[in-house]
Write a protein that binds this ligand. Structure first.
Ligand SMILES: [Zn+2]
Length: 199
């Protein structure tokens, strides 16, 4: 049986960026990860920084590590990002995950960002996971209310559903990732978006 670890980006003392509701990356992703953990009880491990050291993750010997974050930028921009080391296994893992995420949420991909130096974001953390297929995931730019951020920040249960679904699929517990639940949602969001831009 494969093993998956979810890491919650940031920590209690340094909580990362704020979303458009004023909730931090740390708080948002802690809620998301604990719900995914509940759904997949016994099949995955979740950690927040400060509660783990990298040695304990290595002992689990996971097949996949996903570190949850979200992006922010001083302007409403769009798309999801994965950040990986220059490692084929990490690149493959991130590409696979992002393909399903982008399809499920109809959010565009800002591609996989490969970090190669200490000054680049995430590099130091990822280096500590070196050899394990791992990536940092930023589902959207969350600090402005946009059609993208509304799908994730405004509907965290949907994001929880997707992560649960994807990991179940990855673990071989189901034979596909489901999209149908989301199609209804896209219709709702598109009408919301039109309502907000046609004023
Ligand atoms: Zn972050």
């Amino acid at each position: 049986m494969k093993k998956v670890v979810l890491l919650i980006g940031h920590n209690k003392d340094s909580q990362g960026a704020l979303d458009y509701n004023g909730t931090s990356e740390y708080t948002f992703n802690k809620i998301v990860a604990s719900k995914v953990q509940e759904n997949l009880y016994g099949d995955i491990w979740t950690f927040t920084k400060g509660e783990y050291n990298y040695e304990s993750i290595r002992k689990i010997n996971p097949d996949l590590v996903i570190e949850l974050h979200f992006n922010s930028y001083p302007g409403p921009i769009f798309g999801s990002e994965c950040i990986v080391l220059n490692d084929e296994k990490c690149f493959e893992a991130a590409t696979h995950f992002q393909k399903y995420f982008n399809k499920r949420f109809d959010i565009s991909s800002r591609e996989i960002k490969v970090v190669m130096g200490r000054h680049q974001r995430g590099y130091k953390n990822l280096l500590k996971l070196g050899g394990i297929p791992s990536f940092i995931f930023e589902p959207c730019f969350a600090n402005f209310e946009t059609i993208d951020s509304e799908k994730i920040i405004g509907n965290p249960d949907d994001y929880v559903d997707f992560l649960t679904d994807y990991i179940s699929f990855y673990l071989g517990k189901q034979d596909k990732v489901n999209y149908n639940v989301y199609e209804k949602m896209i219709g709702l969001i598109q009408s919301w978006y039109k309502g907000n831009t046609n004023e």
